[in-house]
Design a protein around this ligand. Structure first.
Ligand SMILES: [Zn+2]
Length: 291
């Protein structure tokens, strides 16, 4: 059974790089049946940004990659921008803790302005390093994350959270952090979720699941909101480090063809969840391309 006509096929988290395949990877996504991408920014210059100008350049690159994907390939790309939480590690070594935190906050404010100007749709990745760091960096990350939550509240947008794997308790703690900052937990997405969380068990926080075959099969019957993602890195030095950009369309086909699941399950991650978290629906035109 092919994918239903009019169904958007959405990868909720990937990266593209100027040194990697860039827009060519988007062609592969499109050829596999993909229509919409959420593109998270990344550091394109190979060293930790140490100035606000450097972050502004980074966000510009993300925006241009999104525009080119739309113009050249017909895939609609939604930029997701923020200073990467792990930048705090290198920046605090080079600039000192206070200046690193100041820069990080200013970069979050800049991302918030872009979002209010509709040049990006969410603040991300924000959160905490996924590996152990010293207590001083931990505190910086906590403060930066609190600021990120308030920027998202003031910009009326979701946050896409980078963190170590979280237990249901960890996810509930994340929900209360958001609530304390005045952001609804329903606007908090835990990116790179690698195990199923029972629907309704995590206080509103939304999982964006890594599109591994078994995991997709397990979660496909769940009510939303939840997303599928590859976290494609587009890093030629680490081929195969993460899932390929063609993975979400392939998994979508497998769900559609599975008699115990079926194509109607796909509206949950690709349309209904986007609408619930972001407030609008991805759409596909008559020719099957994103509009
Ligand atoms: Zn990522």
């Amino acid at each position: 059974m092919p994918l239903p006509r009019g169904l958007p096929v959405v990868d909720h988290h990937c990266h593209l790089s100027l040194r990697g395949e860039g827009v060519r990877a988007v062609e592969r996504f499109r050829a596999a049946g993909g229509t919409h991408l959420f593109l998270a920014t990344q550091n394109y210059e190979g060293s930790v940004p140490l100035s606000l100008e450097s972050y502004a350049r980074q966000f510009e690159v993300t925006w241009h990659l999104a525009e080119r994907s739309r113009e050249e390939v017909g895939v609609r790309v939604y930029p997701v921008i923020a200073p990467y939480p792990i930048d705090l590690v290198g920046a605090s070594e080079k600039l000192g803790a206070a200046a690193a935190l100041d820069l990080h906050r200013s970069a979050l404010d800049l991302a918030g302005r872009w979002i209010r100007e509709k040049k990006a749709v969410a603040l991300g990745e924000v959160g905490r390093p996924h590996f152990p760091v010293n207590e001083a960096v931990n505190q910086l990350a906590d403060e930066a994350f609190r600021h990120a939550l308030t920027v998202a509240r003031d910009s009326d947008c979701p946050v896409v959270v980078h963190s170590p794997d979280l237990t249901p308790e960890g996810l509930r703690a994340l929900a209360s952090e958001a609530r304390e900052a005045g952001l609804r937990p329903e606007r908090v997405v835990k990116h790179y979720s690698r195990s199923r969380v029972a629907p309704g068990s995590v206080d509103g926080v939304v999982p964006s699941y890594l599109a591994r075959r078994e995991l997709v099969h397990d979660i496909a019957p769940d009510p939303g909101p939840w997303f599928l993602e590859t976290d494609y890195l587009d890093d030629p030095k680490r081929p195969g480090a993460v899932l390929d950009l063609a993975t979400v369309p392939r998994r979508a086909l497998a769900v559609a063809e599975n008699p115990s699941l079926g194509p109607e399950r796909l509206w949950v991650p690709f349309v209904e969840s986007v609408e619930r978290v972001y407030g609008w629906r991805p759409e596909v035109g008559p020719a099957g391309a994103a509009v």
